[in-house]
Design a protein around this ligand. Structure first.
Ligand code: BGC
Length: 753
């Protein structure tokens, strides 16, 4: 054969393959006559009807992804991917659509790269700081709509790992330190998202509370502690939202990788919580075929190292029973029917950009926390101010965002483009083009507003001295794939703030951080805002709060300690050799698939996560959990707590009815997050108190309202390891109500028998 004819044959072969690929993945062939297309039949029955028609190959194709550049070999079928993190081939002849998966933590990822647009919401931790259930639902709804407009039918979001370790580089993607707050908020977010007919996912299950050595670390923790902390957040989120999928995490838990951990996946998730959806691995988080399948992993991402031909072999040889295989497939199909992605597939369209920006701004306004306001320096009076110094953190052009797979591409591009770069890359610092300097200037047309980068603290201090008010912006950039060494601000920003504060007593600090930071200068400045990563409209939201157009109403979902020394662990345990993977490093990823050698860490603070640690250890935090100021003041009175018995299924369930009076004593309308905590009987062996409920209450100036909360009995219970069940401990409970975990003016005692 001549060279020419060889090339010709090869190209014919390739074009044949390509044609086959196209026909396999052509639009799903949905026929109303197919019995499983009847929406009045239950999702489980519909799944069973389809399952009966499927070949073994079709079943296997639903159980794995088709590759991701840099992480696994690419299947030729991946040409039909919509450009997201994952793509699963459907069963077109049976009307089962492909699954087009995108990361979507605080907005849809990769939109710039794919020539599309996404709104960036405030980071998830900011969403939690709103303590606002409606806002969380709207947050999820916006993501769901933008996923569909971009052609996706599945989201990877719903991050709810507990902020057990404040230096975890992904805390900005999660919902704080308290499982009841985090679980409830993520549940609302997922409900809002899934109402738009996308498959929702909750992650990273479980105890992926540090990024350092995440693919190798073996976390030791006792069962009671995990059930009452990290797992409780998942339990609540899953109960509230019925997510389609749960993503198992990279790390090991008590010996086994999370994605082949039968305690986590089968005993707890599928049996105790009756989770009917599917478990998918984090990207390259699967490490075996038979063990993982038996333990409860249903789907491997991003490729088919274990759940492709290897799975087929194991089924053919009888090592994996048919029933086990069918269960995996059933779970995926039933989630597809239950979520609406079969009956209502996404239609690509243009996202509602203006609508999205209005939503993200409103959520940011409800999530930026006012931490300090000495002598009522805030809100600033635009009509009186003549000069303002705006300093630091690129506040002339933008606000920072959180990186990694949560990263949303900034509309219009990175506000700080690194020299020589035309596009943004994995782990670039991305600054959203929302400029505090511009929004401050817009609010104060008659003031002289000058900017200083803060690079030279002496020059910044000189500018501050010449102005009536100095506003210093400071940031910590955080990302997937790394942890912080310390809670101190990087880049000498503590020094900058201290120098500016020494030059001008009217200094206000705005923090753009993904979690708590320490503030050695806290008592030297007049005002402090925690803006988190504030999203596409952060600067507009911040200016509205700063100048009093909006009254702050957010509260901290994490404790801010005074010093790193107050944390439960002096340092994060790192792997002996660096086992973090680099994108595009095939060798590293192959090693990960094989399972990197374990290194050990013990979460021996156990139940004492967040404020429970500070309460138990008698440590005074800098700013406590649940804390946040307003431009008005509220007062609490008349607490009553009444045990009550409600019907929960066939059982009588004891719960609690809590009422109190909340008054707005000021001359401004506002929304107060009214918090309720409980101290359990001493015999329960619990930390001093726990959050058991809250209500975000809107009050006009001078208005008061009676607030009523029904407390879920689960929130009062402890996990009894011997009985493998939640139990209410009989005895005396103290119920507290107030405005933060350390400001609880009301107390009532009750007896639970
Ligand atoms: C992250 C997940 C993410 C996945 C897909 C992983 O590295 O841990 O959160 O969803 O990649 O991008």
């Amino acid at each position: 054969m001549t060279m020419m004819s060889r090339i010709l044959r090869l190209s014919l072969l390739l074009s044949g393959l390509f044609a086959a690929v196209i026909s396999v993945s052509a639009q799903s062939n949905r026929k109303p006559s197919q019995p499983w297309m009847n929406p009045s039949v239950s999702a489980d029955e519909r799944a069973d009807l389809v399952l009966k028609e499927m070949t073994l190959d079709e079943k296997i194709s639903l159980l794995h992804g088709t590759g991701m550049v840099g992480l696994s070999p690419m299947s030729p079928l991946s040409v039909h991917s919509n450009g997201g993190a994952g793509y699963v081939v459907g069963v077109p002849r049976l009307g089962i659509p492909d699954i087009q998966i995108s990361d979507a933590a605080y907005g849809v990822r990769n939109s710039g790269e794919n020539g599309r647009y996404s709104t960036a919401l405030p980071a998830n931790i900011a969403g939690a700081a709103s303590w606002d259930l409606e806002a969380a639902y709207a947050y999820g709804g916006l993501i769901g709509r933008e996923l569909r407009a971009q052609g996706y039918n599945m989201s990877l979001g719903g991050g709810v790992n507990i902020a057990r370790e404040l230096r975890n580089g992904r805390n900005f993607e999660y919902m704080g330190e308290d499982p009841i707050l985090a679980g409830t908020m993520v549940g609302q977010l997922m409900k809002g998202e899934q109402a738009e007919h996308v498959l929702g996912d909750i992650k990273h299950y479980a105890l992926n509370d540090q990024e350092s050595g995440r693919n190798a670390v073996n976390v030791h923790i006792d069962k009671r502690s995990m059930r009452e902390t990290d797992l409780l957040a998942f339990e609540i989120g899953i109960r509230e939202a019925h997510p389609s999928a749960v993503m198992c995490s990279y790390n090991r838990v008590n010996g086994d990788f999370a994605c082949e951990n039968s305690y986590l996946l089968t005993d707890v998730l599928k049996k105790d919580w009756h989770f009917p959806g599917f478990v998918l691995s984090d990207w390259q988080g699967a490490h075996s075929t038979e063990k993982a399948s038996a333990a409860g992993l249903d789907h491997e991402e991003p490729g088919e190292i274990f759940f492709g031909p290897e799975l087929k072999k194991a089924v053919d040889s009888g090592k994996i029973p048919q029933a086990e295989l069918n269960d995996h497939v059933h779970r995926i199909l039933r989630s597809m029917f239950a979520s609406g992605v079969v009956d209502d597939p996404p239609l690509r369209g243009v996202p509602d950009v203006a609508g999205g920006l209005a939503i993200t701004q409103k959520i940011a306004e409800g999530s930026i926390v006012l931490l300090k306001n000495d002598s009522a320096i805030l809100p600033l009076d635009a009509s009186k101010l003549r000069s303002i110094a705006v300093i630091g953190a690129h506040s002339d052009v933008g606000m920072i965002s959180g990186g990694g797979s949560a990263q949303v591409d900034p509309m219009g591009g990175n506000a700080i483009m690194p020299p020589g770069k035309g596009a943004t890359h994995w782990q670039d610092e991305i600054w959203f083009p929302t400029s505090p300097l511009k929004t401050i200037r817009a609010k104060t047309p008659s003031a002289d507003v000058q900017y200083d980068s803060g690079a030279d603290p002496a020059a910044a201090a000189a500018l501050a001295k010449s102005a009536e008010v100095a506003i210093v912006f400071a940031y910590t950039w955080e990302s997937e794939g790394m942890d912080l060494d310390t809670l101190s601000l990087p880049h000498h920003q503590d020094d900058l703030i201290a120098k500016v504060a020494a030059a001008n007593p009217h200094t206000i600090v705005v923090l753009e951080t993904g979690c708590a930071v320490t503030m050695p200068w806290a008592d030297k400045v007049a005002g402090i805002f925690e803006a988190w990563y504030a999203g596409s409209r952060g600067a507009e939201a911040l200016a509205n709060l700063m100048f009093g157009d909006v009254n702050p109403s957010a509260k901290l979902p994490v404790t801010f300690p005074k010093s790193d020394r107050d944390l439960p662990h002096a340092t994060i345990v790192h792997p002996p050799a660096h086992s973090m993977s680099k994108h595009g490093d095939h060798e590293a990823w192959r090693a990960i698939a094989k399972g990197l050698p374990a290194f050990e860490t013990t979460y021996d603070e156990g139940l004492k996560v967040g404020y429970k640690w500070y309460d138990s250890e008698g440590k005074q935090p800098l700013f406590p959990f649940g804390y946040g100021l307003s431009y008005t003041t509220y007062s609490y009175s008349n607490l009553s707590a009444i045990p009550m018995v409600t019907k929960g299924g066939t059982n009588e369930v004891p719960g609690l009815l809590v009422t109190f009076k909340l008054a707005n004593n000021g001359s401004r309308a506002g929304s107060e997050v009214a918090e309720v905590y409980a101290a359990l009987p001493a015999s329960a062996g619990e930390p001093p108190k726990r959050l058991i409920g809250w209500s975000k209450v809107k009050l006009a100036a001078g208005e008061s309202k009676e607030v009523t909360l029904t407390v879920d009995p689960l929130f009062l219970s402890v996990f009894d390891e011997a009985k493998n069940a939640w139990q209410l401990v009989p005895g005396e409970y103290t119920i507290f109500a107030g405005g933060s975990s350390r400001d609880l003016p009301l107390q009532a005692k009750i007896e639970i028998k």
